[in-house]
Design a protein around this ligand. Sequence first.
Ligand SMILES: Nc1ncnc2c1ncn2[C@@H]1O[C@H](COP(=O)(O)OP(=O)(O)O)[C@@H](O)[C@H]1O
Ligand code: SF4
Ligand SMILES: [Mg+2]
Length: 377
Amino acid sequence: MTSAATRETPWRATQHRAPLLSVRDLVVHFPVRKSLFGRPRGVVRAVDGVSFDVFPGETLALVGESGCGKTTTGRAVLRLIEATSGSITFEGVDVRALGREPLRRLRRQMQIVFQDPYASLNPRMTVGAAIREGLIIHRLAEGAEAHARVRRLLDEVGLRAEHASRYPHELSGGQRQRVGIARALAVEPRFIVCDEPVSALDVSVQAQVVNLLQDLQRQRGLAYLFIAHDLSVVEHVADRIAVMYLGHIVETAPGRALYGEPLMPYTQALLSAVPVPDPTVRRARIVLAGDVPSPVDPPPGCVFNPRCHHPARDAACTKIAPPLEPKGRLSESGQDPDREHLVACIKQPPTRVSWEDQRAAGATQEPMLHQPGLRGR
Ligand SMILES: Nc1ncnc2c1ncn2[C@@H]1O[C@H](COP(=O)(O)OP(=O)(O)O)[C@@H](O)[C@H]1O
Ligand code: SF4
Ligand SMILES: [Mg+2]
């Protein structure tokens, strides 16, 4: 995986294009059941104020360790679960305000490919029936036309016509995920949440499924929110990347900027774990102390503070919630919405959290650029 292979959105006449999907301050809290003794245990702050855009035809990767809120974000966007607060706008439509029928119509535009293709398919339904379901629900085709469309979709995802009469248990994991993709495609969406679509697959077939998703994106002009738990899978897939930690987006940038100039200490640690194929390049592995804290009781201030390796980390990090703000070389050249490099860290300069405010919060260490050598270049 060389950086040359990183996808890059060309500097082009898309600078003022409107996002397909805009998410602002999305919060999803799950109430925790009362304990055995009846005391309320509070809420799981699964997603705690997340904002991002997805532009037409692009892939935004959402990356972070298990439990950081990726699936909850993806499902809340599609309203498979209801958000606690925040706004979700798809092509100018306020998704959270939609009633049942308009939401059903919108679902044609917004689909999901699930992490576990077996669990997401009905074991008693043939592949053909599973793919046809969406066509019928959305009244797109019936009878012979529906069967013909299913055959075309099977072909498009690399399966054969005879797979239509098979049941999910007769297929391999990779084939099942191809069925999951065909199901999503059947209704001709513009946007698909791909929730760790290859995590459950053998390494040998992961690349095939990723390539299929990329081919389909090019042919159909699809936009993806591509969820992954590490940075290695998305390097070749993503136009832009958003890194998530404990319910927050902590850094977002075009792929090249994020891999070349990671600035949030958590991103630096995630990236240090990505294997480098070139034996002449060394990368210092940053091992994070401790485990991810519970989202029931997240740390105050910067949620990453108990594990942070930044040399200027101090008491202010436990008091001030860092704003997601422009930093790095990209931000010096002025930013377009689809080329922003935003970082949540009050110790990586520049920051709009003034030194006076940091001092008032107990700071002893002035912000200083910290970029542990991640790539031998
Ligand atoms: N329905 C639910 N009820 C309570 N907690 C939940 C529910 N769904 C997810 N969570 C919790 O929310 C957090 C985020 O979960 P999730 O979005 O699945 O993370 P990820 O996809 O990044 O692994 C986790 O702590 C998880 O246990
Ligand atoms: S704000 Fe402080 S704790 Fe958070 S990433 Fe920056 S240095 Fe680390
Ligand atoms: Mg998940």
